[in-house]
Design a protein around this ligand. Structure first.
Ligand SMILES: Nc1nc2c(ncn2[C@@H]2O[C@H](COP(=O)(O)OP(=O)(O)O)[C@@H](O)[C@H]2O)c(=O)[nH]1
Ligand SMILES: [Mg+2]
Length: 302
């Protein structure tokens, strides 16, 4: 039998979980006294998993006040309290992608997982009966057009593209025209990777979005695709993208390659944006909706 989503998620987060679990076992194992040193080390452990200093402090402070000493008698009790506290800090909101009709722009730096995420989301939406069109607005690299085409074929959804070097806004224009003709209810637009430090490229994205809004009555959402392995650096990028584009959510990829899965907590704390999808691998079935309780359990390991 192929592994369930929770098994894949857990396996993807194993490096983070091992790190948190081992540290908690060590610090609890040092003795029954849950003193200042214990709390300090717990906080360091959370910061080490990339939850961010502010969120880590808040979590530890909350655990400290809510728990009487005997409640945290063993590592298991600490992990359970931690899991509940993490889950309570993660946004539990309706799926941004469930809206219909909808146009979604996928933005982010190179290699974050934009093209594969568009492909995976297109495939699962089409499989669940939605009418999808994808637009290939990464016109900088011929390989990107090629790559999205492969996904579109696999997902059995129409793709709109132009030649390399074409104006991405023109691709979006065409894509929305196609969506209108075919009555598609979900339009997914891949864009070229760009650094948040490039004002010209940020302007280009704003233009793409303006055209998307002008060309159709579908609401337009902008999702940042972010590579979880980039940690706090990725978070700084996310802040800049959010400031420039007023994002609607995050697609967080590559949680399988990192011991820093706590970045989810930092994203929620610092950006307050919903995590729309999480990725734990390269396969189609490795990208799914985010569930705070499920995630906290897989992250902390209770
Ligand atoms: N391990 C892992 N690899 C991923 C994940 N998401 C995407 N990738 C890989 O990351 C690489 C870059 O992805 P791509 O979609 O081309 O990034 P883009 O430049 O943002 O369009 C590809 O090899 C993907 O298969 C993930 O969740 N886990
Ligand atoms: Mg790409």
């Amino acid at each position: 039998m192929s592994p369930t989503w929770f098994e894949r998620l857990s396996s993807g987060l194993s490096r983070t979980r091992d790190q948190i679990g081992d540290r908690v076992a060590t610090i609890v194992g040092r003795g029954p006294a849950v003193g200042e040193a214990f709390w300090e080390e717990l906080e360091e452990t959370l910061i080490g998993a990339d939850m961010g200093a502010a969120a880590s402090m808040e979590i530890v402070a909350a655990l400290k006040t809510s728990s009487r000493r005997e409640d945290l008698a063993d590592a298991q009790a600490v992990l359970e309290a931690l899991s509940a506290s993490v889950a309570s800090r993660l946004p539990d909101v309706p799926d941004v992608l469930a809206a219909s009709p909808l146009t979604v722009l996928f933005v982010g730096v190179n290699g974050a997982g934009k093209t594969t995420s568009v492909g995976k989301i297109a495939a699962s939406a089409a499989a669940s009966g939605r009418s999808v069109v994808v637009g290939s607005a990464d016109t900088y690299r011929a390989a990107a057009i090629e790559q999205l085409r492969e996904w579109a074929v696999r997902a059995n959804v129409p793709i709109v593209e132009r030649e390399r070097g074409a104006d991405p806004a023109a691709v979006v224009f065409d894509t929305l025209a196609r969506a209108r003709e075919t009555g598609a209810d979900l339009v997914l637009v891949d864009t070229a990777g760009r650094l948040h430090t490039s004002p010209d490229l940020m302007d280009e994205l704003r233009k793409v979005r303006r055209v998307a809004r002008a060309q159709s009555t579908y609401p337009v959402r902008s999702l940042l695709v972010m590579d979880a392995t980039t940690g706090q650096n990725g978070l700084a990028q996310a802040r800049a993208f959010h400031a420039a584009l007023d994002l609607d959510g995050i697609v967080l990829t590559k949680l399988d390659g990192t011991a820093k899965g706590g970045i989810v907590v930092a994203i929620a704390h610092d950006l307050g944006l919903p995590i729309v999808r999480i990725g734990v691998g390269e396969k189609l079935e490795d990208l799914r909706a985010f569930d705070p309780h499920e995630f906290a359990r897989a992250l902390v390991g209770t």
